[in-house]
Design a binder for this molecule. Sequence first.
Ligand code: RTP
Ligand code: MG
Length: 143
Amino acid sequence: MTIERTFSIVKPNAVAKNLIGAIYSRFEAAGLKIVAAKMLHLTREQAEGFYAEHAERPFFGGLVDFMTSGPIILQVLEGKDAVRRHREIMGATNPENALAGTLRADYADSLTENAVHGSDSAESAAREIAYFFSEGEICPRTR
Ligand code: RTP
Ligand code: MG
């Protein structure tokens, strides 16, 4: 398995609860390296564009309300099998189904306010990274 990148968000509920460091610690403990990061308060236009694949879903408006409700932290994570490993660390979308010890089991407040986002495939990761980061904002590790 080659080194891969994935896209990750610490969502507004987790930032509001001062959990940025706790979540970053989980990434680092799992061997995922943070190679880009920024804080943003999304506009509705940015959130709607990011979640365009869900535009027809009944939860779309509530999801955009939530994702624009406060600042978020965006990061690019790099490591072996990064997309799948990051999804494992996050746990199931619905925290009621998330395994013990996962980020969503520990930090989600509800199905919508589920603390973190992670790309669901290498293709999604490439698209999502490019949505928020220019290549010059990504700093590959040399050591
Ligand atoms: P994410 O994209 O945030 O990593 O989450 P995911 O792949 O596990 O879930 P996805 O199906 O892509 O849904 C995106 C986000 O929409 C919210 N959601 N709400 N109320 C609902 O029925 C519902 N379903 C999904 C969650 O915030 C989910 O993470
Ligand atoms: Mg998703």
